[in-house]
Design a protein around this ligand. Structure first.
Ligand code: PLP
Length: 372
């Protein structure tokens, strides 16, 4: 007789998970509203700064944002499909747009060059709502001041196919939190608005500020502020404490007690100084953990912060938990809004020598997404 043994049950570990926190997004929208009378556009480009474009958009609109801003018309289509109904502006469509789709999805387009506008006129199948994007000092996007006249001439010549409903700029130095750094851009914005009005367009929605300008300089607000980083808790000016809108968690996948002098990770760049417990966490640079980290980087396990030791691997990091041992399956918090033992996104940015934006937008595709 053959004895068939059932295989032991497999323990399913908590996969690396990024949890988006809609209540934090709502609180950040409230904070923005407390500093401006302008309308709020929730910018959800790059998949809502890694937090999920639809999740961030829903939370922001529920909290009172009246517009959505995205990179291109395809992003806008995703939001429409999810049932979001507020006006949407898409500002970067370098390869042109599918005019029928733009009309169907009711997408406003920002246009920042004469060539782009000519292309749009040629492609348009129905009147397109356009925001003229003027260069207010970035030399990155927007129509250079020397070409405004031509841009306005082409817009006028297009007749009813091009409906100019807005004029936008972008601030290159708002994170300095000093109104003097924005003054030239604000002046340029007013000149752009006046030129567009003189060309016979209007009424216009005028917009210049992103998060930093919104939080630090009312002279940049005009009719609408475009807030992206601020929604997810990042203030580029570092003047306002916003609420982190995500939590990244992963599991302890292996634990061990090692002797003093034990080399850890590729290259053996770190050796334990005394007998200690190591926990391997199942998250690595393929998930967005920066590979170059300064001393002091750590994660929260069991209510305390523990340092990351040795090199960051593709799928794993090693944490020195000292006298404490954590069983396989224990959940580690890589970052989150709680503070104290839980690292913030801002701390990760400092450890990696970067800005918080690259931490949140760098979370890899295999990290599960969930909503609190
Ligand atoms: C990204 C972006 C924003 C939002 O900037 P934040 O600093 O993230 O608020 C606003 N406007 C434009 C044109 C952008 O590209």
């Amino acid at each position: 007789m053959t004895l068939l043994l059932a295989p032991p049950p497999l323990s399913r570990l908590h996969a690396p998970t990024l949890t988006t926190l809609p209540a934090a997004i709502a609180a950040n929208v409230d904070r923005v509203r407390s500093v401006t009378a302008a309308r709020i556009m929730a910018v959800v480009k790059a998949d809502g700064y890694g937090h999920g474009a639809v999740a961030v958009a829903r939370a922001a609109v529920a909290a009172g944002a009246e517009w959505l801003g995205v990179t291109d018309a395809a992003d806008a289509a995703e939001l429409r499909e999810a049932g979001l109904d507020v006006p949407i502006l898409a500002w970067l469509n370098p390869a042109g747009v599918d005019a029928a789709q733009v009309a169907r999805d009711r997408v406003d387009l920002a246009v920042g060059s004469v060539e782009e506008l000519r292309q749009l006129v040629a492609d348009a199948v129905a009147p397109v709502r356009v925001h003229l994007h003027m260069d207010t000092g970035m030399s990155r996007g927007g129509c250079p001041v020397g070409e405004w006249d031509e841009l306005l001439r082409v817009a006028r010549a297009a007749g009813p196919l091009i409906e100019v409903v807005g004029v936008m700029g972008h601030l290159p130095r708002a994170d300095e939190a000093d109104a003097r750094a924005n003054a030239a851009s604000v002046l340029r914005m007013r000149q752009a608005r006046d030129a567009v009005l003189r060309a016979g367009f209007g009424p216009l929605l005028v917009h210049l500020a992103a998060t930093a300008g919104t939080l630090t300089d009312p002279s940049t607000h005009f009719d609408l502020v475009r807030v992206g980083a601020g929604l997810v808790g990042i203030d580029p000016s570092e003047t306002v404490q916003l609420r982190g809108a995500s939590r990244l968690t992963a599991s302890v996948v292996h634990s061990s007690l090692v002797r003093a002098g034990t080399a850890v990770g590729y290259g053996g760049t770190y050796a334990t100084r005394h007998e200690t417990h190591l926990s391997v966490i199942g998250v690595g640079y393929a998930d967005g953990i920066p590979r170059e980290l300064s001393e002091g980087a750590g994660v929260e396990i069991g209510g305390s912060r523990h340092p990351i030791v040795g090199r960051v691997s593709m799928d794993q990091i090693v944490v020195d938990t000292g006298a404490r041992s954590f069983p396989r399956g224990t959940i580690a918090t890589v970052f989150g809004p709680e503070g104290a033992a839980v690292p913030s996104v801002q701390e990760w940015a400092r450890w990696a020598g970067t800005i918080p934006h690259t931490i949140v937008t760098g979370i890899g595709p295999r990290v599960q997404r969930s909503r609190a």
